[in-house]
Ligand binder design. Structure first.
Ligand SMILES: [Fe+2]
Length: 429
């Protein structure tokens, strides 16, 4: 087809959940649940939060408005297709007209899956994106869901995706559809005060990778033109997502170290909660690319890494760690596609980039990321979470199962490029 120019996209979309933000925002949940017409809800959360008391407090606030609530507290950290289906099985025994997810990304994503699997019963794998699942579209509207995040990380309160670990294939994968978006995100920074430093750090670098990947992903107007019904949830970098991403990067750069050092630093917690939400709006429309694609097998193939600060005794790689460990190498690889965006990101992270040599410019963003990783206690590359050179082929194979994410990379990525990025990520300092 030499000489034929295919039309490129001229339209972008900005979709997000309505958000109520601020200190004490979650105290208004009774009012908001009633406003959404709810009479009986299912709260989806984890046991740790039940011990802290937040779900009970929410139940009491709902009760004041005459709304009854059941609590499911079996959410697993880094949930699996099996744990999500167990949650849905529990939910099927109950009656409810809406759902409230309370917790980090694991709880919010499990809540989205429960909403889907109880409204349109089918194996979760049917809805999971191809090629891991069958990629069946969600047939129609879901029940109203209120998302109450307790970490500043995933931005799941505003995104159209739920991520799970598919046990049989030993890989992470997602369900993504605009109908998964919560009806309301109640973002109350006070709910994040109890997150311990390692959880704050991992969630914080997840925010950062969401924002930088969205900022550097292939722009919407460099992608093929779509008919409206076929336009994907992730459309590429665009003028609107850029605004949200830049602010999120700036806030993480300025406040993450402070929140890790002192969890009661309210100014830092407020700005990280904003950053998580802003980055969620950014990547929820633009989409992520290499670090998130590689993160799926990094989390899925874990052998014996048990993170500090997480209430788990079994091996797992926190999502934020799994994305940031390849980020310096990935953005070194993508630098040439948009030097100005990579330099702007380094600037937003507090690194001056004027008067640098070409080699220093190329290293500005990877250097800023490595400095932040070191300061907040993130493991030093893939080697520090149990991977070595011998694991690179399996990690490549797992990454190639994420074609939807790899397609967002600003330059073509196949096995040879992934091989170079993964080897570059084994150890940074
Ligand atoms: Fe993420």
């Amino acid at each position: 087809m030499k000489g034929v120019t295919l039309p490129t996209e001229t339209v972008f979309v900005l979709e997000m959940s309505p958000i109520k933000f601020g200190l004490g925002a979650s105290d208004e949940i009774g009012y908001d649940a009633r406003r959404l017409g709810l009479k009986r809800v299912l709260i989806v959360t984890d046991r740790h939060l039940v011990e802290v008391g937040l779900p009970d407090r929410i139940r009491a606030l709902l009760d004041e408005e005459g709304i009854k609530a059941d609590v499911y507290d079996g959410v697993e950290i880094e949930p699996t297709d099996r744990s999500m289906e167990e949650a849905a099985e529990y939910a099927r025994q109950r009656e409810f007209d809406g759902l409230i997810g309370v917790g980090g990304g694991s709880a919010l994503d499990t809540c989205k899956a429960v909403n889907l699997l109880t409204t349109y019963p089918a194996p979760l794998l049917d809805y999971i994106n191809k090629p891991v699942g069958r990629g069946v579209a969600i047939p129609g509207p879901l029940k109203p869901m209120i998302a109450v995040p307790t970490t500043a990380g995933t931005g799941s309160e505003t995104t159209a995706v739920a991520v799970t670990h598919v046990i049989d294939q030993n890989v992470k994968a997602g369900v993504s559809h605009r109908l998964l978006r919560p009806a309301l995100g109640l973002v109350d920074p006070l709910n994040t005060l109890t997150a311990p430093p390692p959880v704050t750090a991992a969630a914080g670098v997840d925010i950062l990778t969401h924002a930088i990947e969205s900022y550097t992903t292939r722009p919407y107007n460099a992608r093929p033109k779509h008919h409206p019904p076929d336009r994907p949830a992730y459309i590429g970098a665009n003028p609107a997502s850029d605004v949200w991403c830049e602010k999120a990067i700036e806030y993480v750069g300025r406040y993450l170290r402070r929140a890790v050092l002192n969890g009661l630093d309210l100014e830092a917690r407020v700005h990280l909660a904003l950053a998580a939400n802003y980055a969620g709006i950014g990547f929820g429309n633009a989409g992520v690319h290499i670090p998130h694609a590689v993160a799926y097998p990094i989390a899925g193939l874990v052998r014996d890494y048990v993170p500090d600060g997480y209430r788990t005794t079994h091996a797992l790689v926190p999502h934020g760690v799994s994305v940031i460990v390849t980020a310096p190498a990935a953005f070194r690889f993508t630098y040439s596609t948009s030097p100005e965006r990579h330099l702007r990101t380094a600037e937003l992270l507090g690194v001056p980039t004027r008067d640098l040599s070409e080699r220093e410019r190329r290293e500005a963003l990877p250097g800023a990321l490595m400095a932040l990783m070191r300061d907040v206690g993130i493991p030093n590359g893939l080697g520090a979470i149990g991977y070595g050179e011998r694991d690179v082929p399996a990690l490549i194979e797992g990454t190639l199962k994420q074609p939807r994410l790899l397609a967002g990379a600003p330059r073509p990525v196949g096995a040879p490029e992934l091989d170079a990025i993964l080897r570059d990520s084994l150890r940074y300092w």
